[in-house]
Ligand binder design. Structure first.
Ligand code: NAD
Ligand code: UDP
Length: 389
């Protein structure tokens, strides 16, 4: 474990702090807890409804050098009177709790809006009233669609970065119509961002807002029928992993033409650590956190994952590795999509000097090695059991 002699970006010693991490049992939370325990002296009050993804940090009792620095509190922030007390006990609150899988946005819009706006309100209020610093997780989806997507298909302006690169302090938030319930999530996240910003402006709340651009890696979401519901639809990394594990074609929604930039979770966690330990540089800012160099269409992602999985599993590729499905068939009515997401990195570079390092191929290789090691046997067993029935 590092000692308190560690210094921040300005050469000042970093004092150990207590962090109230809400949603600590999720994908990002689990990686952040791991990093905080193994490399810093900070304490974590880990709040979540589930703790499966951080069990290895919590059990067996006292076996780890950090066991007195992490405390799990099983609670639902919708209705738990312990929340304010836990925020008061900490120096910093990090709010990760959310419904954040696109399959839910159009099918459970009320839960999505409540989770991303209403349930976050008390967290913001308690931080503001008790003068506690807040790092709130928003999303790149607040940008919605690019300006370029509204230009004619053959317009040369579509090639001009001014029409698609997403800048925290300049780009507008462009959502579809209300019937396109996909945007319930983005809209709720936008409103909570505006509320936090206003708390900062009017009441002096010390805040940082993070906009993740498709962070991916081990422990993201679940494999349907193995460690999550059989009918569940996780985000694309887990959907494609599931297809590869079951030797089924990958489903490309509306032909897989949308574009995304993917960043390795471990690179992204470095950015969050810089925010935690450099409050003077991070407070009052909204940060894009992504990897502009890792842009692919969803079709290219599927093709690359197929190549990488064949390599790490030593299994041959399918003859037909992908099939096209309509978004209506895959997600149901009200789905819509972000066309392209390239983060501008100027602000995070200037304030925190952060840059992502890992290429898409390398991050897929380590992630799919993990998926294969963790799930291949269980998937084989589940397939043989269901064919025996
Ligand atoms: P996740 O679903 O793995 O983690 C969220 C965690 O919050 C879960 O463990 C869940 O149990 C917990 N939670 C939800 N509601 C709760 C409640 N009422 N009380 C207590 N705990 C609750 O998701 P993640 O990928 O780790 O995302 C974390 C945050 O980052 C979210 O706010 C999400 O919107 C944002 N984000 C992530 C990405 C990404 O690329 N992973 C992209 C954009 C935004
Ligand atoms: N997608 C796909 N097949 C799948 C799952 C997702 O083609 O099995 C597409 C989805 O339509 C979107 C992209 O992959 O264009 C990324 O989806 P994800 O769920 O990761 O979330 P998003 O980036 O849209 O927030």
């Amino acid at each position: 474990m590092a000692s308190s002699a560690r210094v921040d970006l300005d050469g000042n010693p970093i004092k150990p702090i207590t962090i109230c991490m809400i949603g600590a049992g999720g994908f990002i939370g689990s990686h952040l807890c791991e990093k905080l325990m193994s490399e810093t002296p900070h304490k974590v009050l880990a709040l979540d409804v589930y703790n499966d993804k951080i069990k290895h940090l919590l059990e067996p009792e006292n076996a780890h050098p950090w066991s007195d620095r992490i405390q799990f509190h099983r609670l639902n922030i919708k209705q738990d009177s312990r929340l304010e007390g836990l925020i008061k006990m900490a120096d910093l609150t990090i709010n990760l709790a959310a419904i954040c899988t696109p399959a839910d946005y159009n099918t459970r819009p009320l839960d999505t809006i409540y989770s991303n706006f209403i349930d976050a309100l008390p967290v913001v209020k308690y931080c503001s009233e008790n003068n506690k610093r807040l790092i709130h997780f928003s999303t790149c989806e607040v940008y919605g669609k690019t300006i370029g997507s509204y230009l004619p298909k053959d317009s040369p302006l579509r090639q001009d970065p001014a029409y698609y690169v997403l800048k925290e302090d300049e780009s507008p938030c462009i959502f579809g119509s209300i019937e396109k319930q996909r945007w319930s999530y983005a809209c709720a996240k936008q409103l909570i961002e505006r509320l936090i910003y206003a708390e900062g402006a009017e009441n002096g709340l010390e805040f940082t807002i993070v906009r993740p651009f498709n962070w991916i890696g081990p422990r993201m979401d679940f494999i349907p029928g193995i460690d999550g519901p059989s009918e569940g639809v996780p985000r694309v990394l887990a959907c494609f992993s599931n297809n590869l594990l079951r030797r089924e074609p990958l489903k490309l929604v509306d032909g897989g033409q949308s574009q995304r930039t993917f960043v390795y979770i471990k690179d992204a966690i470095e950015a969050v650590m810089l925010m935690i330990e450099n409050p003077a540089r991070a407070n009052g800012h909204i940060f894009n956190v992504g990897n502009p160099n890792n842009e692919v269409t969803v079709r290219q992602l599927g093709e690359m994952m197929t190549e990488v999985y064949a390599k790490v599993s030593s299994e041959p590729k399918l003859e037909t590795p992908t099939i096209d499905v309509s978004s209506q068939e895959f997600y149901g009515v009200g789905y819509d999509d972000s066309d392209k997401r390239i983060p501008d990195m100027t602000i995070i570079n200037k304030q925190l000097g952060w840059n992502p390092k890992t290429s898409l191929w390398d991050l897929l290789e380590s992630t799919l090695t993990y998926q294969h090691r963790t799930y291949a046997e269980a998937v084989k067993k589940a397939i043989s059991q269901s064919s025996a029935i």
